[in-house]
Design a protein around this ligand. Structure first.
Ligand code: NAD
Length: 353
């Protein structure tokens, strides 16, 4: 598959990705290579990567526990300390092998260690491949508040090998699918149409679909790397989605990122409909497609109230107003939209019907 050029780096796929890694490391003369994994990617992904890695420099593995709960500043302190203890210097590189937690966290650790060392992302989840590993956003959560601390700093390379998906559980495949559906909704109606009847979707086409999603995300990010304009389109479904994800994060039933975003997309499509940006028919099409994959989540009125309170902390808020990126017919997006609490509550009510 054709590599994709981002502003400061490139994204390579499958066997070409491994070839690139093997030529990149000697070219940049790194002193040491650190590979950040979680316990699961250590078990399932590292054994696939290491035999393909043909480099002479010392390699150290840093393992953390798996899960969003690890995406915090304490884990960063732990990793910074391990790097220091293992003699990492400014010519060391960090290779992040894992899902969005590993690439977000590892990207932040690398961007701040000794004022910044190189890092390479090798995403191993579908969500990581089509979203988290690309675009240069890195960071950690602050308590239950998602991604409050971070930097925008590009990786040196992103290497996507879809073989890693062989061991990924089904719920995590769906979580990544949510972001792919979003790419269609905000940017490419033809791409959305490929997913509309998911029963007929041939997953042999997955590589091509992943490639198109990466192209869409990359095209948007390249035009607006620091999110002053068009990049905000990628936040469709995320204003409410992040608040929902944060709300359930510390409960016994946390939602996966993509699951929360899928709900956010239904709710924000409702808001788009209320603003006459999409038709009733388009709203029904979006809702039924998303519910067919993700099912329906039950929200109590206490949940909704807590979610509304969490919106106050959304990073996209400007001058105290909650900001939404909405869709303006399927395949295009409209930025900097507001919605009052009444409309948001109606969106939850309609979602439950
Ligand atoms: P994750 O990193 O927690 O991975 C999900 C689970 O799958 C983990 O338990 C992991 O160990 C396991 N896993 C990973 N690869 C596997 C494989 N190949 N086989 C079997 N198990 C595997 O979560 P995620 O869903 O990949 O990412 C979610 C995170 O990404 C969130 O923190 C979210 O905020 C972030 N994110 C960031 C961006 C960005 O632009 N930086 C965009 C979207 C999401």
């Amino acid at each position: 598959m054709q590599s994709i050029k981002a502003n400061d780096y490139s994204i390579y796929f499958n066997h070409e990705a491994h070839e690139m890694l093997n030529s990149w490391i000697p070219k940049y003369n790194y002193s040491k290579l650190f590979i950040l994994v979680d316990e699961t990617t250590n078990e399932f992904c590292l054994p696939k990567l290491l035999p393909l890695l043909e480099v002479e420099i010392p390699i150290e593995i840093i393992e953390i526990e798996a899960g969003e709960e690890m995406k915090n500043i304490s884990t960063c302190v732990e990793i910074w300390s391990i790097l220091a203890d293992l003699g990492a210097d400014r010519k060391s590189a960090l290779l992040n092998l894992g899902g969005g937690v590993i690439t977000d966290l590892g990207g932040f650790v690398a961007s701040t260690f000794k004022r910044g060392i190189d890092f390479i992302n090798i995403p191993t989840t579908l969500l990581g491949m089509v979203d988290a590993a690309i675009g240069g956003k890195n960071g950690v959560d602050l308590g239950a508040l998602k991604n409050q601390i971070g930097v925008i700093n590009a990786p040196k390379l992103v290497l996507i090998d879809t073989d890693f998906l062989e061991t990924l559980p089904q719920n995590h495949m769906k979580s990544g699918l949510a972001e792919m559906l979003k790419h269609g909704l905000i940017f490419d109606k033809t791409y959305w149409n490929q997913f509309k009847d998911l029963q007929d979707l041939n997953f042999d086409d997955l590589d091509q679909l992943i490639h198109r999603s990466v192209e869409i995300k990359n095209e948007i990010v390249c035009q607006d790397p620091t999110e002053t304009g068009m990049r905000k389109a990628l936040n469709f479904g995320h204003t409410l989605g992040h608040a929902i994800e944060s709300h359930f994060l510390e409960t016994p039933t946390p939602l996966l990122h993509g699951e929360a975003i899928a709900i956010g997309m239904v709710l924000e499509s409702f808001i788009s409909k209320e603003k006459n940006l999409i038709s009733e028919l388009e709203y029904i099409e979006i809702k039924s497609t998303l519910l067919a994959v993700f099912g329906k989540h039950i929200f109590t009125s206490n949940d909704i109230e807590a979610i509304l309170n969490l919106l106050i902390h959304d990073k996209k808020n400007e001058y105290g107003m909650v900001q939404f990126a909405l869709i303006n017919s399927i395949g295009t997006c409209i930025l900097n939209q507001n919605a009052d609490n009444e409309t948001i509550i109606s969106a939850f009510k309609e979602y439950e019907t």
